[in-house]
Design a protein around this ligand. Structure first.
Ligand SMILES: Cc1ncc(C[n+]2csc(CCOP(=O)(O)OP(=O)(O)O)c2C)c(N)n1
Ligand SMILES: [Mg+2]
Length: 362
């Protein structure tokens, strides 16, 4: 997936940035869906937006692009052509081997041991994924971590980086399951969600169970709002949540069949065991995999995005404070605390060498 400087695969980054022709559909840019405003596009890209169409840098307001879009989708579905660089016209990498990455290897490593860390955790799921899977990523570290996945052909990936309303994916999971049932299509539906987000809409798991659906839910148990800790106030209590929920009992509490299973993994060894487990791979009932990670550990892409944004905003705020003598500077101390906590964090150690964006202004 492409997200400016946060694109894990070098080949995908250059595919987008060096493309002669780029069709950009419905962009509503924000810091998070542009990799901290680091996307680089061909100036001549065609933008199809609900309110306008841009061609050759010229904006035409009030054009309805739906008819063009319908024709495009029909044509692409009919004849997905293979490009010479190993991708298909529908943008899916044609196989996963040998793709270069901007953030280390992309393949799951069999030799990892010890406690799970965001840096390597997500890649472990690439071999687990199958064609026709629907993968849904919740707001939070899941949204940035899943950038590391290489998706199989025919799989579908959903996330939502603009409004980023936490908890939306439990409803989205139900929606995807209903759509699958109505369309009669095969394949698993897999949700990656954080504990904080799950707390918002957990009751819809009851509906999913009542309707007899069988998704796989991967829950990141990291004692609260890690993404928010990384952005602001790592030790502030507003980023904590109840830590006494018993997630292993959750599915049965909501009425899942006795045969449905909940798994837990704290280490790479435990995770590897679950990911090759036959029953887990071919789930016949709703199932949960609870994984534990440190509350200050964040995926490299999230850490980097926060670094990019703070690298821009902190000097501006300091300058503004100097000019105006604002008292807000005292409050901003928390932002600096965050920055120092970040610099010491696991995730930053992993992206050391890319520290150009980490300089704290004196
Ligand atoms: C409805 C809503 N409330 C608050 C927020 C702010 N917010 C964004 S992410 C997040 C925390 C997500 O925590 P969790 O799901 O546990 O993810 P992780 O710890 O893996 O980052 C919060 C509170 C939001 N985006 N939407
Ligand atoms: Mg969390």
């Amino acid at each position: 997936m492409y997200n400016g400087k946060l694109t894990p695969l070098g080949s995908v980054k250059s595919l987008v940035e060096d493309a002669d022709f780029l069709l950009h559909i419905g962009p509503i840019p924000s810091d998070s869906n542009t990799g901290g405003w680091s996307q680089t596009f061909n100036e001549d890209r065609i933008i199809l937006h609900p309110e306008y169409v841009t061609i050759g840098g010229k904006k035409h307001v009030g054009i309805n692009f739906v008819p063009i879009f319908k024709k495009l989708v029909a044509a692409l579905n009919k004849e997905p052509k293979c490009l010479s660089n190993g991708t298909t016209t529908n943008g899916v990498p044609n196989g996963t081997n040998g793709l270069s990455t901007t953030n280390g290897t992309n393949n799951a490593s069999k030799s990892l041991a010890g406690p799970l860390e965001q840096h390597n955790f997500w890649k472990q799921f690439t071999p687990f994924l199958k064609p026709n899977d629907i993968i849904i990523a919740e707001v939070g570290s899941a949204q940035y971590g899943t950038l590391d996945l290489v998706l199989p052909l025919g799989s579908v990936f959903f996330t939502q980086l603009y409004y980023s309303c936490i908890g939306f994916t439990v409803g989205a999971l139900l929606g995807a399951l209903v759509a699958r049932r109505e369309q009669g299509t095969d394949g698993r539906v897999i949700l990656f969600i954080g504990d904080g987000s799950l707390h918002m809409t957990v009751q819809e798991i009851s509906t999913i169970i009542r309707q007899g659906f069988k998704p796989t839910i991967v829950l990141i148990n990291n004692a609260g709002y890690t993404i928010e800790r990384v952005i602001h106030g790592p030790v502030q209590h507003y980023n904590d949540i109840s830590e006494t929920w018993d997630y292993q009992a959750m599915l049965h509490f909501f009425g899942a069949p006795k045969s449905s299973k909940s798994y837990a993994a704290r280490t790479y060894e435990e995770l590897a065991e679950v990911l090759v487990d036959g029953e887990f791979n071919n789930n016949r009932e709703i199932q949960l995999l609870e994984v534990f990670m440190d509350k200050f550990d964040s995926p490299w892409a999230l850490t980097e995005q926060v670094n990019i944004m703070q690298g821009k905003s902190v000097p501006e705020l300091l300058e503004w404070d100097r000019e105006t003598g604002r008292r807000r500077k005292v409050l901003d101390q928390k932002m600096f605390d965050t920055k120092f906590a970040l610099m010491e964090s696991l995730s930053n150690r992993h992206i050391a060498g890319r520290r150009d964006v980490l300089e704290v202004p004196s």
